[in-house]
Design a binder for this molecule. Structure first.
Ligand SMILES: Cc1cc2nc3c(=O)[nH]c(=O)nc-3n(C[C@H](O)[C@H](O)[C@H](O)COP(=O)(O)O)c2cc1C
Length: 401
């Protein structure tokens, strides 16, 4: 997804203390975030915290010439691709229903044409009051989207509905609103993570792949409305929302899983770090030191694993097939050779010699290497950002069919 512009409106509920976390969650997904606060919100969270986390000044006043000079309230309303109101007080929702505009936040909410995502938070009786129930219904009817509130223990001491949703959940809801379902009707198979090739009952040969890139790709495909199967190697990551996961530890298991999903797949992205070699004769039992004798060494014979990418590229048909190449040197040349050898549509080349990108970390600097010989170099991006760029290209390829 292109970085989108999110205006976060914070009103005066105790849950405002969670908004710095929400800003971080939105920023981690690559979004540009600005904040505006009601006067009551300032009692619960300082503008300085939000300013530091967004890297942008925080708007609080309608009638402050300095603030208005920077980006005026209409400019702010027009700037946003999405407005998130979190926490949304009972008072602010009532004002939205009435169309009041007596401070900066309510005025911007009246002026903006961006979609609105509301995360209410309040005492259980305030939420249950007929006035609030009616206000929520009226806002829903106007096309406002709600996330939460959740049930649980409330800051005021009561139990019940009223807690603001977790920042991650609000960020998910924001992403769902921002993304068009441009991959609806596609079946995307993604492989992710490293493989573990057994030596014996407890040991294996593995690699440093964390699976983060492939998981981000699966999450992005799901966000764009695709039917997604994620074939996961060795990784401890949670399954992204809306994705069907199949676990496959070794290269042979991964091959089997990929082939089982291939017929239905329209797009295959092979981001897993599949071992090229595996121990020739893994022992079903644990190899014990005592059985080998004192100081004895072991020689592992490794045999080549099947080349899954080449195998599925040979059965390509109308599918779009994307491979990954993790290289430590001559990155582009190695990716070009891989592309020519395997016959896929695109290779995403990773320079793993960089410390700030590639394995284990949350960011990646990749190049797209095309069959035409063209190379596109992307800046250092969060892995979710790389995934978005990748699907922008895949959608173009599929649109051109
Ligand atoms: C300690 C404290 C906590 C509050 N928590 C909430 C809350 O969670 N939700 C809510 O709707 N109002 C809450 N209020 C009441 C609002 O702050 C009050 O209605 C205020 O007028 C809201 O202004 P605003 O909507 O412009 O931010 C709280 C008030 C206090 C003093």
């Amino acid at each position: 997804m292109d970085p989108r512009r999110i205006l976060l409106a914070v009103s005066g509920g105790i849950a405002a203390y969670k908004t710095p976390e929400l800003v971080r969650a939105l920023r981690a997904r690559g979004h540009d975030v600005r904040c505006m606060l009601t006067a009551a919100a300032e009692r619960f969270v300082t503008p300085l915290v939000l300013q530091t986390l967004t890297g942008r000044s925080v708007r609080r006043e309608l009638f402050d010439a300095g603030e208005e000079g920077e980006i005026d309230h209409i400019g702010l309303a027009d700037w946003a691709d999405l407005v998130v109101i979190a926490p949304a007080t009972a008072n602010l929702m009532a004002k939205m229903v009435q169309g009041l505009a007596d401070d900066l936040v309510s005025t911007v909410l009246l002026a903006t044409r961006a979609p609105l995502l509301v995360a209410p938070a309040m005492n259980v009786n305030m939420w249950g009051h007929p006035a609030t129930r009616e206000n929520v219904e009226r806002l829903r009817h106007r096309g406002v989207t709600f996330v939460g509130p959740e049930a649980g223990e409330l800051a005021c001491g009561w139990e019940g509905l009223g807690r603001m949703s977790d920042p991650g959940r609000i960020a998910d809801a924001a992403d769902a609103l921002l993304v068009a379902p441009s991959l609806r009707g596609e079946r995307v198979v993604v492989t992710a993570g490293g493989t573990a090739e057994p030596i014996d009952a407890v040991r294996s040969v593995t690699n440093r792949s964390s699976g983060k890139m492939g998981f981000a790709i699966a999450a992005e495909a799901a966000r764009r409305g695709a039917d997604v199967v994620l074939i996961a190697g060795v990784t401890s990551l949670p399954t992204p929302h809306g994705v069907r996961r199949v676990d496959a530890r070794s290269a042979l298991e991964m091959r089997e899983a990929v082939l089982a999903e291939l017929d239905a797949a329209t797009i295959v992205v092979k981001a897993a770090a599949v071992a090229d070699f595996r121990p020739a004769a893994p022992s079903a039992r644990k190899i014990k030191k005592e059985d080998l004798g004192d100081g004895a060494s072991i020689t592992l014979e490794l045999v080549p694993n099947p080349d899954i990418l080449a195998e599925i590229s040979a059965r390509k048909g109308s599918r779009t097939i994307v491979g990954f190449a993790a290289e430590s040197h001559d990155v582009v040349e190695a990716a070009r050779r891989k592309l020519a050898r395997k016959g896929c549509d695109l290779i995403v080349a990773n320079d793993i010699s960089r410390a700030d990108a590639g394995f284990e970390v949350d960011e990646n600097a990749v190049r797209f290497v095309w069959p035409s010989g063209e190379v596109e170099e992307l800046p250092l991006l969060p892995k979710s950002g790389v995934a978005a760029q990748l699907f922008d290209r895949i959608e173009k390829l599929r649109g051109g069919r």
